[in-house]
Write a protein that binds this ligand. Structure first.
Ligand SMILES: [Ca+2]
Ligand SMILES: [Ca+2]
Length: 468
């Protein structure tokens, strides 16, 4: 098994082959430093569909440039790769490749942080700080404890994660398809509910008619059978069916010439069959269903033909399969519309789930409205308090102005005379000015001009000589 094959098989990255082949082996034999434009180039291989697809492909792309790593890969079996033996060879790759891998990892960590932040913001958690370290743990394909350099553990994690994730990838696609179909049916049922009796009847008739029209198509050949491949040979390749030769067929459709049928190359073989059922111009043909049918066909052929389970069909495996009875006399292929995507029970659960989601949404909306009302109420209260405070301040200002003395121009040491001073009593030992003895504190003897003791006051009055 070729070195590229070993790694791609392990990673189920058959699509990588096209890009690997385009990198000349001599590149880093002659050049110590990889040219910058080549460094920046993104591999043009088929997307694996993983969310870290770009990172994965860039890492593989750079490892391929290292001669030591390539040689080790050549001599390492799939199981050993899966067990992490290949990852250990990272310690021996050249410095500039390591530096580039460090850079790729830092970029990936930064991309994840941006994603986490964006998700966090969307969920409305602006005021709470994100614990990146904790959230990063969910991304198992790199070592988040060391965000700066790419180490053996990073390669090990990448290999393990990609293997696991790609194995689950088809399963997830089937699940998504099922949900898609249930949602379609749910919307149809809801639409029917909104119609009048008469229109509902018409709509139902139309639906049945379209279903019938979709199911009416030429016979579908069993995927991977002689009949199916012969049709490709004749119609797509334009060759005489009598000349059909499996080995020639294999070489013709091994598009990248690596000696294996990968998933994409296999799927391409089913286009002729799928065109018998699906036409994008027809109302009754759903192209999402066409892709599900393509996936089913590829899975079926892989299961039958890929005996060593590396998700690639070698020429030997292919030739072995052409000798089997199923190849020559296959069963009929049950197409998607002939199978039930979901049970009524699953549909019921799905709709219940939708109702719960809707109720949650209504509840959340109500809670938000309540919070909004409360905030508005608090705002009004604050406004009222502010107004009161403002009025109090204005009142104080007015009082201050009333009490304050009029502004007097003062020269030298002259003390301004207060208007209140006029009403103040003069200092104690100063004689009162005439006419100011308003208080009879000391009564004067009017005849003698002598002060009299206070207790003699009534007599003094009596003693006043009577003028005849
Ligand atoms: Ca191939
Ligand atoms: Ca195989």
């Amino acid at each position: 098994m070729s070195w590229i094959k070993a790694l791609t098989a392990c990673l189920v990255l058959s699509s990588l082959l096209s890009s690997s082949q385009s990198v000349p082996i001599s590149v880093d034999k002659t050049k110590v430093k990889v040219p910058e434009e080549q460094v920046q180039e993104i591999p043009q291989s088929v997307d694996t569909g993983l969310h870290y697809d770009r990172y994965l492909r860039e890492v593989i792309d750079f490892l391929e440039k290292d001669q030591h790593f390539r040689e080790k890969l050549q001599n390492t079996g799939i199981e050993d790769i899966k067990q992490g033996k290949l990852a250990k060879e990272l310690d021996f790759v050249s410095h500039h490749v390591r530096t580039k891998l460090d850079e790729l990892k830092r970029q990936e960590v930064s991309r994840l942080r941006t994603l986490i932040k964006a998700k966090h913001d969307m969920e409305g958690g602006n005021d709470v700080a994100v614990d990146h370290q904790a959230v990063l743990k969910q991304f198992e394909y790199l070592n988040h404890m060391n965000p700066h350099t790419f180490e053996v553990e990073d390669l090990d994690r990448l290999i393990r994660s990609a293997t696991k994730d790609l194995e689950n990838y088809d399963k997830e696609r089937h699940e998504e398809f099922k949900k898609y179909e249930m949602m379609k049916e749910h919307e149809r049922r809801e639409h029917l509910k909104s119609l009048s009796e008469e229109n509902r009847k018409k709509e139902e008739e139309h639906y049945e008619e379209m279903k019938k029209k979709h199911a009416d198509h030429p016979k579908i050949n069993h995927p991977g059978s002689q009949n199916q491949l012969k049709e490709v040979w004749e119609e797509a390749d334009g060759l005489d069916p009598d000349d059909f030769d499996p080995k020639t067929f294999f070489n013709l459709h091994d598009s990248n010439g690596d000696g294996f049928f990968d998933e994409q190359e296999l799927e391409a073989l089913f286009t002729k069959e799928l065109e018998k059922i699906y036409d994008p111009a027809n109302e009754e043909d759903d192209m999402v269903e066409m892709e599900e049918e393509r996936l089913r066909m590829r899975e079926h052929v892989m299961n039958e033909v890929d005996t060593n389970k590396d998700r690639l069909v070698s020429l030997d495996e292919f030739l072995m399969a052409t000798k089997k009875k199923e190849f020559l006399e296959p069963d009929s292929w049950e197409t998607l519309e002939q199978t039930q995507a979901y049970t009524e029970e699953e549909m019921r659960e799905f709709e219940e789930h939708l109702i719960r989601q809707e109720q949650d949404l209504i509840q959340k909306t109500a809670e938000l409205q309540q919070q909004r009302d409360e905030l508005e109420r608090q705002q009004e209260q604050l406004n009222a308090q502010k107004k009161e405070l403002q009025e109090a301040v204005e009142h104080m200002e007015r009082l201050k102005i009333q009490k304050a003395p009029p502004e007097v121009h003062v020269e030298g040491n002259e003390v301004p005379e207060s208007p209140n001073d006029q009403h103040q009593a003069p200092p104690e030992n100063q004689p009162l000015p005439p006419g100011h003895q308003d208080v009879p504190a000391v009564q004067q003897d009017l005849s003698h001009g002598q002060p009299l003791p206070q207790d003699s006051h009534p007599n003094v009055i009596q003693d006043v000589p009577q003028v005849p």
